[in-house]
Ligand binder design. Structure first.
Ligand code: ADP
Ligand code: MG
Ligand code: ZN
Length: 475
């Protein structure tokens, strides 16, 4: 049976973080009563003229810069014709050729494998309204109509569902880091369509693709793409042809379903919108925006891995958002042991933050307090196990770990006199095991260590215990 390779390209829609809509001054805030935020432009009244929101252009260009794109100093709005009840103009105002940005890339890494994913284009467009189904009636709410979006179209460069999900995570982190979108996926601020096809492994042409619409979580992207790969493989193995179509992912049933056959670009009859002049972007402004760009999550993760010796996964996790990354760097420099800080953040701090609904920067446990805790573990003042046990309390109270440990007498026993007494007690209590060890069963060492640890309530310094046991048993 032929072996297949999956080919995946994503189209990602991001709602831009502007105060008003793309072509009118209606606000774009979430949660207003239906049709409260509507005017003659965004409700498609004949003769009403659009006026472009400059902020939307700036945000689209910033996204393009972050994705290594060429920024076109002149681009056009076109009408993309189709009928939806919640699309009052009868067309979507979008960009066909040229778009505001094109020809970029984003580097991702999955399980240590690097891949450069091409960005075909980024274009601006307006969102449609929403249909509400109430009993037998369908009502139209135009509050969302005219909301500014960018669509980021990738090249078909991804090869697995996991790569697609990681790509989307990176895009999310990046767009949020540069304040282009609020990134709220539950509210639909960032959503994606996944194009999937298969081809015989090693082939260079492209197979027929399907497009699964409106995936609104990383997990759904991964599941929908995996489902599509398996479904297409089964079709091909049965000798069936893949039908080019648009599909929907049903998250409850965990499957994709055919929705409609897929249009080609010419079906939309794109043509330049005569109501809107060309969009001109001043290259000098573009250079200013390029200079303003903060350190982006991808390069920051690479720097964390190189400068602090963090494992790639920890580096990516800690660099995802600026707040977490800043917290990490502050604590790492105070503690002198970045890997310990990374481990404590990953294993403890971020979990506590998530359950308390806090960002790291707003946690009662400041970077200085986390660094203090890390130094105590490094210096042997308390064990890693004790640090783990007291972490939730320390986190919530925001008190000095040293004072906390001293008050509760949690200090690790490093005094070899006390530990030696415990070791002697254990060796006297298990003569058969001692004989076994001396006869060659050296694996029994961990048995003795366990007994001593239990006898000291987990407080003995394991390194000291090991050393004492060895000198007594081997000596
Ligand atoms: P549209 O879906 O709007 O018709 P395109 O035809 O340009 O637009 O394709 C959009 C997306 O589909 C891009 O992300 C592209 O990488 C991806 N794509 C195109 N052909 C294939 C294919 N054979 N397999 C997988 N993805 C594809
Ligand atoms: Mg498409
Ligand atoms: Zn309006």
């Amino acid at each position: 049976m032929a072996d297949y390779e999956a080919v995946i390209g994503l189209e990602i829609h991001a709602r831009l973080k502007t105060a008003s809509k793309l072509f009118c001054s209606c606000p774009v805030s979430f949660g207003a009563e239906p049709n409260e935020q509507v005017c003659e432009v965004c409700s498609g009244m004949p003769g009403a003229l659009p006026r472009l929101n400059e902020k939307a252009v700036e945000l689209a260009v910033r996204a393009g810069l972050a994705l290594n794109c060429t920024v076109n100093s002149r681009s056009l709005f076109s009408r993309k014709n189709y009928f939806y009840p919640d699309l009052p103009d009868g067309y979507q105002t979008s960009q066909f050729a040229p778009p505001v940005c094109e020809k970029g890339y984003l580097d991702i890494s999955v399980k240590g494998r690097n891949r450069r994913v091409g960005i075909t284009r980024i274009h601006m467009e307006n969102d449609a309204g929403k249909c509400l189904h109430v009993g037998d009636a369908t009502l139209v709410d135009l509050n969302r109509a005219g909301t500014p979006l960018i669509e980021i179209v990738s090249e078909p460069d991804m090869r697995s569902a996991e790569e697609a999900a990681v790509f989307m995570r990176r895009i999310h982190a990046l767009l949020v880091a540069i304040d282009v979108t609020d990134g709220n996926m539950e509210e639909g601020s960032l959503r994606c369509d996944a194009n999937v096809s298969l081809r015989p492994a090693g082939a260079s042409g492209l197979g027929t693709r399907t497009e699964t619409k409106n995936l609104n979580s990383f997990r759904n992207i991964q599941r929908a793409v995996d489902y599509e790969i398996a479904r297409q493989r089964a079709c091909l193995e049965d000798g069936e042809a893949i039908v080019q179509e648009t599909r929907l992912f049903d998250a409850d049933a965990q499957e994709t379903r055919a929705m409609r056959s897929k249009e080609d670009a010419h079906d939309y009859r794109y043509f330049p919108n005569p109501d809107l002049p060309p969009i001109l972007v001043d290259p000098a402004r573009v250079e200013e925006w390029r200079r303003d760009m903060p350190e982006l999550p991808g390069p920051r993760a690479a720097r964390f891995a190189a400068d602090y010796g963090l494992p790639e996964e920890d580096a990516a996790l800690l660099a995802t958002d600026k707040d977490t990354a800043d917290y990490f760097e502050a604590a790492a420099s105070l503690s002198g042991n970045p890997r310990r800080i990374a481990a404590l953040m990953r294993g403890e701090l971020l979990r506590e933050c998530a359950s308390a609904g806090l960002k790291a920067g707003g946690a009662p446990m400041t970077p200085a307090l986390l660094a203090e805790l890390a130094r105590m573990v490094d210096g042997g003042a308390i064990s890693a196990r004790t640090a783990h046990e007291i972490f939730p309390e320390l986190f919530a109270a925001g008190v000095s770990p040293e004072e906390f440990a001293a008050e509760r007498n949690l200090g690790q026993l490093s005094d070899s006199g006390e530990i030696e007494a415990a070791v002697d007690g254990v060796l006297a209590g298990y003569p058969a095991e001692v004989a076994g060890y001396k006869g060659g069963k050296t694996k029994l060492l961990s048995f003795f260590v366990g007994k001593v640890m239990a006898g000291t309530g987990g407080k003995a310094n394991p390194a000291v215990v090991n050393e004492l046991l060895r000198s007594k048993l081997d000596g």
